[in-house]
Design a protein around this ligand. Structure first.
Ligand SMILES: [Zn+2]
Length: 272
């Protein structure tokens, strides 16, 4: 990609009484000054025969980048093999839905450790990811916010090294929460980007998918999202690191203020 895009997770907050569906949200986000939207397939793949053409038309007219967040019911390390198969089927169905509207990145959390060691969990998840069909879209493994959930940066980087169809989704708020407030200053963000570049090659910095936002956490990690400016998430340092590393790709703002926080991020970044 040739620049860093900014967008939101899901539909925008209603504006002046105006409510949105995916198709109407795309034009609104463009006029609001944003570039991207992450469709939420967390409960169901809600791109359907009824809305897919309208979404695609709006996307092409407004040149909005589309990604999607996959089901919350994915565990590629489930104890029962049938549940692993069902998780793969959910990922494939979401990829098909996203492909229908020419989306690019499918984001999901690969699984949970349950009673397994991190190393065994990684091996099981790796075997399952290798079963995904190669597609136009990228499977994006998201760094997770809870310590019970598989998905540290090194774990996901190891999977991306092993499986060519997989890429990263770096959720900085999740990393911060999982580390009980571990991302404090510029170097903390820079170290992550440097690690990723060292392990996966510098070219990966030209196409990163990133989540960020305010977040509330405790010793076990993530609790819930917060407005950007009501949290301790150091978005200034994060954006500065993204700029200095020449990161390109897409930043998705998460939290209760959606488009308003996304615009703060974009304008802050452009002003650096
Ligand atoms: Zn997620």
């Amino acid at each position: 990609m040739d620049q860093l895009l900014f967008g939101i997770s899901g539909l925008p907050i209603p504006d002046g009484g105006r409510r949105f569906n995916y198709a109407s949200a795309i034009g609104y986000l463009k006029s609001f000054g944003l570039d991207a939207m992450e469709l939420l397939f967390v409960r169901t793949v809600n791109v359907t025969e009824q809305n897919k053409n309208l979404i695609l038309k709006a996307k092409l007219e407004n040149k909005i980048y589309l990604s999607a967040h996959g089901s919350h019911y994915i565990n590629l390390n489930a104890d029962e093999p049938i549940k692993q198969d069902e998780s793969l089927a959910r990922i494939i169905k979401a990829a098909e839905g996203l492909a229908q509207v020419e989306g690019k990145s499918l984001i999901f959390h690969p699984g949970y450790y349950l009673s397994d060691s991190p190393a065994d969990t990684l091996e099981t998840i790796k075997k399952n990811l290798a079963r995904l069909p190669a597609r136009e879209i990228d499977y994006r493994l998201e760094t997770t916010g809870k310590r019970s959930q598989f998905g540290t940066v090194p774990e996901l980087v190891a999977l991306c090294q092993a499986i060519p169809s997989c890429k990263l989704c770096i959720d900085f708020a999740h990393i911060h929460a999982r580390g009980n407030g571990s991302l404090r200053n510029y170097a903390d963000f820079g170290d992550i980007l440097q690690y990723v570049a060292d392990k996966l090659g510098k070219a990966v910095l030209n196409d990163l998918h990133i989540h960020m936002g305010g977040i509330c956490y405790n010793q076990s990690g993530e609790r819930h999202h917060l407005p950007l400016r009501e949290s301790d998430f150091n978005y200034m340092a994060c954006l500065k690191a993204l700029k200095d590393f020449g990161i390109k790709g897409c930043v998705i703002a998460e939290g209760p203020r959606l488009q308003y926080d996304a615009l703060i991020l974009k304008n802050t970044y452009l002003g650096l």
